[in-house]
Design a protein around this ligand. Structure first.
Ligand code: 0A1
Ligand code: ZN
Length: 855
C-alpha cells in the first residue's frame, strides 16, 4: 500500500520524460491471488539517462531487454520503483514480469476483483500497482493486450480498443485487444468475468457501425436497458452539438459493485459503479435514472475531452473534468429542461463547492501543488471547473464557443494538453485576466446597490474578491423589469464594464443608469447564475416577491424563493420569527401555476438546506437550533399552504414505468407537497403512500417524509422496507442512508447499531458512503456536543486508512465545516483529527488530516 511519503508535487517542476513509450504489449495470466503480468514496452530515447519507472507495492519476477534476460546489476527494483541504469541509445523493448493478487486488493486501485469479476482502475495512479511504468498522463502508448483465463473460467475478456482475436488453446482462453489510439496509462482497462450483457448497435454520422455492449451481473440485463438508451442518446448528441464521432468498432461498459467513484472513462471500456447503470422502476428512483443518464453521458463525452485530448499532468485535471461536466450539463439541459438543470447544478455548487472553497481544503481549479492526487477529484475541479467553461460560453455565445471547441479538437487531438492550450482557442476579451479564475481559490462576491431618484435609476455592481485573490472578469446577465416589460439595454448607460450580448463583464465596478422612469425597475441580477459568485444584496421582501411573480428566468425566480426562505429560517434560528405569510402565499401561487414545469415548481417547494443555513449563520453555529429552525419553517409553510399542497399531492400519478423527465417532474411535485404536509403533521398521506406506492421514487419519498419529520410511524415503515429489499444492494443503500440522516436524538446509536447489520460492510464503498457518509451529513448527529459523532466517523476512517484510503479520505472531508461551530465542538474535532493524523499511514488520509488541522 502507498504510504505517506511526504512528497509534494509542484506544477512548476513539470518536465517531459527522457523516453517516449510509443507501444505497450501486456499479457495477463489471470488468477485470483497470483495474476502474472508480462509487460513489454517500447521505449524511445528523447533525452537519455536512466529510465526511472513508478511502481506501487510491486514484486518483479523477471526483466528482459530486447528479449534477453537483464543482468541484475543493470537495474534496481523496489516495490515502488524500477530503474534501468544505462539504457541503450536506440529504441529498445523492456519486458517486466510482475505478480499481483487481485483478491487481496482492497484499495480497488490497479487490478482487483469485485464479486468475482476481475476489473481495473488506473486513474490516477493505479497502473503502477499492475506494472512499472511512466504512470503519468503525458506519456502516450498504443496498446496490445492479451487476456488469458482458463478455458472453463472467465468467458468475458475485455480490454481497450477493438477485439483482434479470441481463441482457445491448451485449455486456455486468450483474447487479444488492440487500441490504435495512443493513450496514457490511466486510461488502460481490463475486465474478465462471467457476465451478462445487453447489446445494441449505433451508426455514426459518417456511417460507421459500432457495437455497443453493457455488461452486468447475470440476470440483471433488463436493468441495463435505460443505460443503453442513454448511451445512444449521448452518442447522437455529441455528433449534433459538438460534431464528435465515436472512433472504435466497439464501445463496452461494465458495471461492478465495488468502485471508489462513480465511473471511469477508460478508452472503449468504461467501468461503472453499478448504481450508475442498473435501474428499473421497482428499485430505482427518478433521481437514479437522471444520475445514470448524466454519468453515462459524462464518461462517453470523455472519449473526446479526456481521451483523444488528454491532460499534460494532473494539475490540468479540470481540462478534462470541468469541460466534460460542462458537456454533460448541456446534454441534460438539451434532453430534459434547461431551467431545471441550471437550478440543480447551482444547488450542487452551493452545497459542495462554495463550502469547499471557503474551507481549509480550498484549492484552485488548476492547483499548483498537491500531496496526494486522489484528493484532487473535488467539486472545485469538477463543478467550478464547469462553471468557468460556462462563463466562456456566456461571454462569447454558442457559435463562437463551438468554433473554439472545433479549433481545440483540431489542434490538440492526440496530445496531452494544458489549460492554457484550451483557453488559447477561444476569443475571450482578456485571457490573462480570465486565467485568474483557474489560479486563485475562493468565491468572489458581487455587491449590488440600487438608487432611484427623480426618475433616474442606478444599479451599481462591485466585485469583492475572495481573501488574497484579485479581481476577475465576471459575466453578469441582467434584466431590468418594469410593469410594461423589460427595459431595452440600449436605453441604459453602462459605465465601467464591457458590454457583451446579453451580459456585462464586471471587473471592479459597473454602473447601469436609466433616466426618465416613473418607477424604479426590479433588477433581475445574475440570470441563469451567469457566474460562480455570491450575490450580496440588501434584503427586500417586496422585490423578491415581485421577482417570484414576474421574472421569467427560472434561476432568479428560484433564487428569490431561496433568499426569502433562508431569511425566514435564519430569523427562526435567531428566535425572532418573521411573518411567513407573504412567502407562503407567493410560493403557493408559484407551485400551483400550471404555466411552470412541475419539476421547477417542485424545486421551489424544497426548503434551503441546513448547510445553507449554517453558512448564513457563519460561526458558532448551534446544530440543534439549525434543526429546529429548518423543521419549524417546513411546518409553518406546510400549514399555511395546506390546501394548495393537498391539491398538488392529489394530482394524477403518471405510470410508474414512465421514467421521462416530465413524469419525473410530476412525481417530484407531488412528493415535495407531501413532504411539506408531513412537516406540518399530516403524515397520513405519507403512511398511505409508503404502503401503496408503485414506484421506488414514491416509496422512498414517502419514507423520507416520515423519517425526516421524525414521525412515530417511521421506525416500522423503514423496518418493513429493509426486510423487503434485503437482497437488493442498491436499495439497501438507500435504506441505510435514510436511517443515517434521520434528524432525531437516536441517530448516532442507530448508526452504531446498523454498523452491526449483517449487510453492512466496510469493503463496499457504496455501503460505507450510504451509512457513514450520510451520517456525516446529519448536522445535529455528526456535530453532537459530546464529540461522539466525530469519533464515529474518525473510527471508520481510521480502519479504512489501511484497506481503502481513498474512501477514508473522502469521509474525513466532512470535518471541513466544523470551524463553523462552537469552541467545544471545534476542540473535540481537533482532538479526533490529531489522533487520525498521528495513526494514519496512507498518503490520502494524512493529506486531508494535515490540511484540516493546519493552523
Ligand atoms: N475520471 C473519472 C473519475 C474517477 C477518478 C478516479 C477514480 O479512481 C478510483 C475513478 C474515477 C470521471 O470523471 O468520471
Ligand atoms: Zn470525468
Amino acid at each position: 500500500m502507498r504510504t505517506d511519503t511526504g512528497k509534494t508535487v509542484f506544477l512548476k517542476d513539470y518536465a517531459p520524460t527522457p523516453y517516449r513509450a510509443p507501444h505497450t504489449s501486456l499479457m495477463f495470466a489471470l488468477h485470483p491471488t497470483r495474476t502474472v503480468v508480462r509487460a513489454t514496452t517500447l521505449y524511445e530515447p528523447v533525452g537519455g539517462g536512466p529510465l526511472e519507472l513508478a511502481g506501487d507495492g510491486l514484486s518483479l519476477m523477471a526483466a528482459e531487454l530486447d528479449g534477453a534476460p537483464l543482468d541484475e546489476s543493470a537495474y534496481e527494483a523496489t516495490p515502488d520503483r524500477f530503474v534501468l541504469k544505462a539504457p541503450p541509445a536506440e529504441p529498445f523493448a523492456l519486458t517486466l514480469v510482475t505478480v499481483v493478487s487481485p483478491d487481496d486488493n482492497t484499495e480497488l486501485m490497479g487490478l482487483y476483483r469485485s464479486n468475482g469479476v476481475y476489473c481495473t482502475q488506473c486513474e490516477a495512479e493505479g497502473y503502477r500497482r499492475i506494472t512499472y511504468a511512466y504512470d503519468r498522463p503525458d506519456v502516450l502508448s498504443v496498446y496490445d493486450v492479451f487476456v488469458v483465463s482458463d478455458a472453463e473460467g472467465e468467458q468475458v475478456l475485455l480490454s481497450n480498443g477493438n477485439l483482434v482475436d479470441r481463441k482457445v488453446s491448451g485449455g486456455r482462453l486468450t483474447a487479444h485487444w488492440h487500441d490504435p489510439f495512443p493513450k496514457p496509462t490511466y486510461l488502460f482497462a481490463l475486465v474478465a468475468g462471467d457476465l451478462g450483457a445487453v447489446t445494441d448497435e449505433f451508426t455514426t454520422m459518417s456511417g460507421r457501425k459500432v457495437e455497443l455492449n453493457i455488461y452486468v451481473e447475470r440476470g440483471k440485463e433488463p436493468r441495463a436497458t435505460y443505460a443503453m438508451d442513454a448511451l445512444k442518446r449521448s452518442m447522437v448528441w455529441d455528433e449534433t452539438r459538438f460534431g464528435r464521432e465515436y472512433d472504435l468498432d466497439v464501445f463496452n461498459i461494465v458495471a461492478v459493485s465495488d468502485f471508489n467513484m462513480g465511473a471511469m472513462e477508460n478508452k472503449g471500456l468504461n467501468v461503472f459503479n453499478d448504481r450508475y447503470v442498473l435501474a428499473d422502476p421497482d428499485v430505482a428512483t427518478d433521481q437514479d435514472y437522471a444520475g445514470i443518464e448524466t454519468v453515462i453521458a459524462h464518461e462517453y463525452f470523455h472519449n473526446w475531452t479526456g481521451n483523444r485530448i488528454t491532460c499534460r499532468d494532473w494539475f490540468q485535471l479540470c481540462l478534462k473534468e470541468g469541460l466534460t461536466v460542462f458537456r454533460d450539463q448541456e446534454f441534460t439541459s438539451d434532453e430534459r429542461s434547461r431551467g431545471v438543470k441550471r437550478i440543480a447544478d447551482v444547488r450542487r455548487l452551493r452545497a459542495a463547492q462554495f463550502p469547499e472553497d471557503a474551507s481549509p481544503l480550498r484549492h484552485c481549479v488548476r492547483p499548483n501543488r498537491y500531496d496526494e492526487i486522489s484528493n484532487l477529484y473535488t467539486s472545485t475541479v469538477y463543478d467550478k471547473g464547469a462553471e468557468l467553461i460556462r462563463m466562456i460560453h456566456t461571454m462569447i455565445g454558442e457559435p463562437r464557443f463551438r468554433a473554439g471547441m472545433d479549433d481545440y479538437f483540431a489542434r490538440f487531438d492526440g496530445t496531452a494538453a494544458t489549460v492554457e492550450d484550451f483557453i488559447g482557442c477561444f476569443s475571450i476579451p482578456d485571457p490573462g485576466a480570465f486565467m485568474r479564475w483557474y489560479e486563485e481559490p475562493g468565491t468572489p462576491r458581487v455587491k449590488v446597490a440600487e438608487a432611484f431618484k427623480d426618475g433616474r435609476y442606478t444599479l451599481e455592481l462591485t466585485q469583492v474578491p475572495a481573501e488574497g485573490a484579485s479581481v476577475k472578469p465576471i459575466p453578469v446577465r441582467l434584466a431590468l423589469l418594469t410593469d410594461t416589460g423589460a427595459i431595452d439595454p440600449a436605453k441604459a448607460t453602462v459605465t465601467g464594464g464591457e458590454i457583451g450580448t446579453g451580459h456585462i463583464v464586471l471587473t471592479d465596478r459597473v454602473t447601469v443608469t436609466v433616466n426618465r422612469l416613473n418607477a424604479a425597475p426590479i433588477a433581475s441580477v445574475m440570470r441563469g447564475f451567469s457566474a460562480p459568485v455570491t450575490i450580496e444584496r440588501a434584503p427586500d421582501e417586496a422585490r423578491d416577491l415581485t421577482l417570484i411573480a414576474k421574472d421569467d428566468d427560472p434561476f432568479t425566480v428560484w433564487d428569490a424563493v431561496q433568499r426569502l426562505a433562508l431569511s425566514a429560517m435564519q430569523a427562526r434560528y435567531d428566535g425572532a420569527a418573521i411573518d411567513e405569510t407573504p412567502l407562503a402565499a407567493a410560493l403557493g401561487t408559484l407551485a400551483a401555476n400550471a404555466g411552470h414545469e412541475p419539476a421547477f415548481r417542485a424545486l421551489a417547494l424544497i426548503l434551503p438546506t441546513r448547510q445553507a443555513l449554517i453558512e448564513a449563520i457563519g460561526q458558532n453555529v448551534d446544530p440543534d437550533r439549525v434543526d429546529t429552525a429548518h423543521q419549524g419553517l417546513g411546518a409553518s409553510l406546510g400549514e399555511k399552504m395546506r390546501d394548495v399542497l393537498a391539491r398538488l399531492h392529489g394530482a394524477p400519478l403518471p405510470p410508474a414505468d414512465d421514467v421521462s423527465a416530465d413524469a419525473a417532474g410530476q412525481r417530484a411535485l407531488r412528493n415535495a407537497a407531501m413532504q411539506l404536509l408531513a412537516s406540518a403533521g399530516d403524515t397520513g398521506r405519507a403512511m398511505a403512500q409508503a404502503k401503496n406506492a408503485t414506484s421506488m421514487t414514491d416509496r422512498l419519498a414517502a419514507l423520507g417524509a416520515l423519517a425526516f419529520t421524525n414521525a412515530g410511524e417511521a421506525d416500522e415503515a423503514l423496518a418493513t422496507f429493509a426486510r423487503e429489499y434485503d437482497h437488493e444492494p442498491l436499495v439497501l443503500d438507500k435504506y441505510f442512508a435514510m436511517e443515517a440522516m434521520r434528524p432525531d436524538a437516536e441517530a448516532l446509536d442507530r448508526v452504531r447499531r446498523l454498523m452491526e447489520h449483517p449487510k453492512f460492510s466496510l469493503k463496499t464503498p457504496n455501503r460505507v458512503r450510504s451509512l457513514i457518509g450520510a451520517f456525516a451529513q446529519n448536522v445535529a448527529a455528526f456535530h453532537r456536543a459530546d464529540g461522539s459523532g466525530y469519533r464515529l466517523v474518525a473510527e471508520v476512517a481510521k480502519s479504512l486508512d489501511k484497506s481503502n484510503p481513498q474512501v477514508a479520505a473522502r469521509l474525513l472531508t466532512s470535518f471541513s465545516d466544523v470551524r463553523r461551530f462552537d469552541a467545544p465542538r471545534r476542540e473535540a474535532a481537533a482532538d479526533v483529527l490529531a489522533d487520525v493524523l498521528q495513526t494514519a499511514t496512507s498518503s490520502d488520509v494524512v493529506d486531508i488530516a494535515r490540511r484540516l488541522t493546519a493552523k
